[in-house]
Design a protein around this ligand. Structure first.
Ligand SMILES: *Cc1c(COP(=O)(O)O)cnc(C)c1O
Length: 397
């Protein structure tokens, strides 16, 4: 019999056995006990493996990081509490007052805000430039430029960056090249293999894939940069929850399958939409009418991904009619879920962008972005055919 006075609060030992679980355990512990001060010293010195305090690292985060490292061809990647934590740790952990950074002018909205409104308070200046042209990036460089932050595919206009030209420029000038690979994923592009210094992800999106965790990932080629990133993340408390890491790992098992299926759907849906009355234009990177389609082959191996954007004829009334006619497709501003989601940048991600700027890149009231899921394609075609017909009707009236 166990003595309940001793075990109620101090906890019974975990049952041991000669077999091990097939699925990685979920380890929620915040603290780890060591045998002695000598052992703890050895742990901190890296002579023996072990954990101490979850903010500094825990097994579920490390196990997940190793999986994403494998996909990205990276080593020593770090999991963080969100994709924005990954962007923040790179900018705030590696730059100092007086440094200059170049960001893509169509980066994720919060990344733009971090660069233009937060980093400036710490004396770090930003120039935004058009990533589809390495010449535009080059024109923005200064002697004090320390970093270039780009996304391979822009949101929601799905333009492809000139990764070859930008990588060459960054490598030649010794500027750190940071690639947010959230939209393309390592299934379509592996930045470190092509010469980038740092790759980061919103794991929340396609990698975890089920719209139920918020997580980020970052990996650097240089071990010294990795160490700086790690220390900044631990000091500022960007720690992920073990449960989120465990869930993300579960999602990741099917990542390749989900990506391929969603991409196949996206390609078919884009072609279908292009043939419907009431559609002004469709944006999908491998379509011949896409402005960067010549880049899709060499850059992505024709892997256009799961995102499709399109523009309806008509304004807000047509846009409202579309979402109301297809209630089963979640009208929700995220991407990468197993199920298809639809977003309207003018009323969500881009609402704060001045109208003239939005229109200059083609983001009008009729503009939608689809994150295509893994449903059967017939269902998607039915839903969107109905939605676009309702929009066309509304545009007439
Ligand atoms: C969503 C997203 C982020 C931010 O990730 P969170 O996990 O929401 O913090 C960063 N970059 C891109 C390209 C994204 O789509």
């Amino acid at each position: 019999m166990t003595d309940a006075r001793r075990t109620l609060v101090r906890r019974n030992p975990w049952p041991e056995g000669v077999s091990r679980p097939v699925v990685p355990p979920l380890q929620m512990a915040v603290v780890y006990a060591s045998d002695s001060p000598d052992q703890l010293d050895a742990q901190y010195a890296g002579k023996v493996p072990g954990y101490t305090y979850a903010r500094e690292g825990h097994p579920n985060a490390d196990h997940l990081a190793t999986m994403i490292d494998g996909l990205e061809g990276a080593e020593g990647g770090l999991i963080l509490g969100s994709g924005m934590a990954a962007v923040s740790v790179v900018l705030m952990g590696l730059l100092k007052a007086g440094d200059h950074v170049i960001g893509g002018d169509q980066l994720y909205g919060r990344s733009l805000r971090l660069l233009t409104q937060e980093m400036s308070r710490y004396g770090i200046e930003t120039t935004l430039a058009d990533c589809t042209s390495a010449a535009a990036i080059e024109a923005a460089t200064r002697p004090e430029t320390k970093m270039i932050l780009v996304e391979v595919m822009s949101n929601p206009t799905l333009r492809l960056a000139d990764m070859e030209g930008i990588t060459k420029l960054a490598n030649e000038r010794g500027i750190l090249l940071v690639v947010d690979n959230t939209f393309t994923t390592p299934r379509a592009y592996r930045p470190l293999e092509h010469g980038a210094d740092i790759v980061l992800h919103s794991v929340t999106k396609l990698l975890a894939g089920h719209a139920d965790v918020t997580l980020g990932y970052v990996a650097a080629r240089d071990p010294a940069v990795r160490k700086t990133i790690y220390d900044f993340a631990v000091t500022t408390g960007m720690t992920p929850s073990p449960f989120d890491c465990w869930l993300a790992e579960r999602g990741l098992y099917s990542f390749n399958l989900r990506f391929d299926r969603a991409q196949e759907n996206a390609r078919a849906l884009a072609d279908h939409l292009a043939g419907l009355k009431g559609i002004k234009r469709v944006v999908y990177p491998t379509r011949p009418d896409h402005p960067d389609h010549n880049r899709a082959g060499p850059l992505l191996g024709e892997r256009g991904g799961n995102m499709v954007s399109f523009e309806l004829e008509g304004g807000r009334a047509a846009a409202n009619a579309l979402t109301l006619a297809m209630p089963e497709v979640a009208f929700a501003p995220t991407l990468g879920d197993v199920g298809t989601t639809l977003s309207h940048p003018n009323s969500s991600s881009h609402r704060a962008v001045p109208a003239a700027e939005r229109e200059a890149v083609g983001i009008t009231e009729g503009f939608f972005r689809i994150s295509v899921g893994v449903e059967e394609i017939e269902i998607l075609i039915e839903d969107f055919t109905r939605g676009v017909a309702a929009a066309a009707e509304a545009a007439k009236g």
